[in-house]
Design a binder for this molecule. Structure first.
Ligand code: FNR
Length: 382
């Protein structure tokens, strides 16, 4: 018996319920992080280490949190982050994510490593849009560049054909990070069948390697390309005319390079703390960019993800110059527990916290947010 969805009142509430309903292997896949967990911990904690500087007596009767991502409007300045292999989480997988997203007007980025095909997810999105005539939302495509150039181009064309509006190229995964709890589980499984050593291939497995139906079958391990460079962005740009975002920028120098290479946006992210051990939180990276290359912020769309668990976290990112932010695990855990209803509920919770936060901060629209509305000295002065 799982608690009624209304009893989940904050994002972190969904994890407990998800843990109780998911097979251990699926929960491990979702919750695992790099090495012994410091990247993930930093993501979660850094949002709490900067505080607001609220303004008072400003008539905050009506608030509007509407925001555009590359011209596509949403009532919310946050979107659903791409997460692979959602079939391990819920039988409706990516389809319920998209249904929940459409019902609440939130945009979603769809993973290359999705369980359902790129086209099927897009079709489901269109059907749901027709069914409920709410605020139109869009889908963007998260792109893991296949090693094989022909396949890489084909995948871009599939996404274009299916109507995805932007390409989020993941660049923090030349190889898979060390996913610690996964490794424990694999070692246990190996022991259970009488092997006293982990199989050698375990380093290579995980969601990010599953090129799934998008590529017409699952090629298995070793598909991530450690050979990709900035120069590859040149041919990608020829194949994809729409907006391109680099997902996984982690320092000021690369933010500058992204500008030089003519990209449209950067997503500051450490992959939910699943890749490099002690990678910077996206908030740390944003503060670094503000210090060393602030000009980038006006010229590229800036997105952040990692550890955002409250509308107030979203607000802080926006004060510091983000266009919008991505939310990952809360949506995944809610999907596990409640399917599309859970996805809707997470959106409602974040939207309510955000609107309340805006009023308490003294603003009525997102364009009134300013860097001086947060105090980041605790993070900057260490
Ligand atoms: C991810 N992430 C991810 N990123 C990506 O570019 N392609 C992918 O296939 C996946 N898959 C994936 C699976 C799971 C289970 C998780 C938790 C994460 C990373 C994701 O897009 C995002 O960067 C983080 O999840 C954001 O952090 P939070 O919100 O989960 O803390």
């Amino acid at each position: 018996q799982i608690p009624h969805v209304s009893l989940c009142v904050s994002c972190p509430d969904f994890e407990k319920v998800a843990k109780s309903v998911l097979p251990r292997k699926s929960y491990t896949y979702a919750s695992t992080s790099a090495n012994y967990g410091l990247s993930l911990k930093g993501n979660l904690e850094d949002w709490g280490r900067i505080t607001f500087r609220p303004r008072i007596l400003r008539n905050v009767g009506d608030v509007d949190a509407r925001r555009k991502i590359f011209g596509y409007s949403s009532p919310h300045p946050f979107y659903i982050s791409p997460m692979g292999t959602l079939g391990a989480i819920h039988s409706e997988a990516e389809l319920d994510v998209v249904r929940g997203a459409v019902r609440k007007g939130v945009h979603a980025v769809v993973s290359t490593a999705s369980t359902r095909s790129t086209a099927q997810i897009a079709d489901c999105h269109k059907e749901e849009l027709q069914r409920c005539k709410g605020s139109p939302t869009e889908l963007f495509f998260q792109y893991y560049m296949p090693v094989d150039r022909t396949k890489a181009i084909e995948l871009i064309h599939i996404a274009k054909q299916a109507g995805y509006k932007g390409l989020w190229i993941t660049v923090d995964t030349p190889v898979l990070g060390k996913r610690t709890t996964d490794r424990v589980l694999q070692a246990e499984e190996a022991l259970a069948v009488g092997m006293d050593e982990e199989p050698a291939s375990t380093w290579e497995t995980g969601e990010d390697n599953a090129f799934a139906p998008a590529m017409g079958g699952r090629p298995g391990a070793g598909q991530l390309s450690p050979h990709t460079t900035w120069e590859d962005l040149v041919w990608v740009r020829k194949e994809w005319k729409g907006p391109i975002v680099l997902k996984g920028v982690q320092c000021a120098e690369d933010a500058k390079l992204a500008l030089e290479y003519g990209l449209d946006g950067i997503l500051l992210s450490n992959h939910g703390g699943r890749q490099l051990h002690t990678a910077p939180s996206s908030l740390m990276t944003l503060l670094e960019i503000k210090t060393y290359c602030p000009e980038v912020i006006g010229k590229l769309e800036i997105f952040l993800d990692g550890g955002l668990r409250d509308g107030a976290d979203v607000l802080k990112a926006l004060c510091l110059g983000a266009t919008a932010v991505g939310v990952g695990r809360p949506y995944l855990y809610a999907l596990a527990a409640y399917g599309a209803k859970g996805v809707e509920r997470v959106t409602d919770i974040l939207a309510e916290e955000l609107a309340q936060g805006m009023r308490l901060l003294g603003v009525t629209s997102l364009d009134q947010l300013r860097p001086e509305m947060v105090n980041a000295s605790r993070l900057l002065n260490e």
